[in-house]
Design a binder for this molecule. Structure first.
Ligand SMILES: N[C@@H](CCC(=O)N[C@@H](CS)C(=O)NCC(=O)O)C(=O)O
Length: 260
């Protein structure tokens, strides 16, 4: 039995949900409310000591870190294949997955967190808010959340995040002019890893950021057209949810454009 601890707005959980769907695997969902910081409760920390989603539990054994979960699923359920046989393409797949984990994910966190995760914290007193943030396990994340609470879209993290997204989109445009998918001629774990970070742009009404890059836009369209994206990601974004997110995205889009 596969169980996934997840939240609909988490791109790294979306990545795992895409892989589960690509492999036609059944799984049980455990919703972890990130705005309520359920991810920092002792029971959850026992499963995932980093206090983040996603966590996959397979027959009682927890597997953490979204890219490791994806490789675990690939190893355990190799069909259909999502890792290229060609070693060079496999190295490209791992490069892009690492780029997502190290650079794109924290950038997405900076752009999205103030819009969807911070409101409940802002309802607390300063002391309660501080105590809650103190519990965030990883220091870079803890400090980023503090800066974003204090400075919002004027935090330095926003400028860095915009630069990282912009360079990633430009690099992808080059790669995708020679091949259909980021790690070769077939959809791979790297596409599953990257596509959710474009969902973030789409849902907040920031699609113009990638639409002028024709190859990237066509690649994202191909990702969205897959059944795995529809069940793993799009299903959590009905029209009413998208309308709320789009209105939240209006002011930040101006701030983003000032930095482009
Ligand atoms: N490196 C981790 C990152 C996980 C992560 O950052 N998860 C976010 C949601 S996308 C989270 O749980 N955040 C909780 C918080 O910020 O308190 C992975 O790839 O699994």
């Amino acid at each position: 039995m596969l169980e996934l601890y997840t939240h609909p707005m988490s791109p790294c959980a979306q990545k795992v949900r895409i892989v589960l769907a690509e492999k036609n695997l059944d799984w049980e969902k455990h919703h972890v409310s990130l705005p309520d910081k359920e991810n920092l409760k002792p029971d959850y920390l026992e499963l995932n000591p980093l206090g983040v989603v996603p966590t996959l539990v397979d027959d009682g054994q927890p597997v953490i870190e979204s890219s490791i979960i994806c490789e675990y699923l690939e190893d355990k359920f190799p069909e259909p294949k999502l890792r290229p046989d060609n070693p060079y393409h496999a190295s490209q797949m791992r490069f892009w997955m690492k780029h997502v984990d190290n650079k794109v994910h924290p950038s997405c966190g900076a752009l999205q967190w103030p819009l969807v995760m911070a409101d409940k914290l802002k309802g607390l007193s300063a002391a309660e808010m501080d105590a809650m943030i103190d519990k965030v396990v990883e220091k870079p994340r803890r400090e980023r959340q503090r800066r974003l609470l204090k400075h919002g879209y004027d935090a330095p993290d926003i400028t860095d995040a915009v630069g990282t997204y912009e360079k990633t989109i430009a690099d992808m445009e080059q790669v995708l002019s020679a091949q259909d998918w980021v790690a070769g001629d077939k959809f791979s774990l790297a596409d599953a890893a990257m596509a959710p970070y474009f969902q973030t742009l789409y849902q907040f009404g920031w699609s113009d950021w990638y639409l002028s890059r024709k190859k990237v836009a066509a690649w994202y369209e191909r990702c969205v057209a897959r059944a795995s994206y529809q069940t793993g990601v799009a299903a959590d974004f009905p029209a009413e949810t998208l309308a709320v997110l789009r209105s939240k995205g209006e002011m930040p889009w101006k701030k983003i454009q000032e930095r482009l």
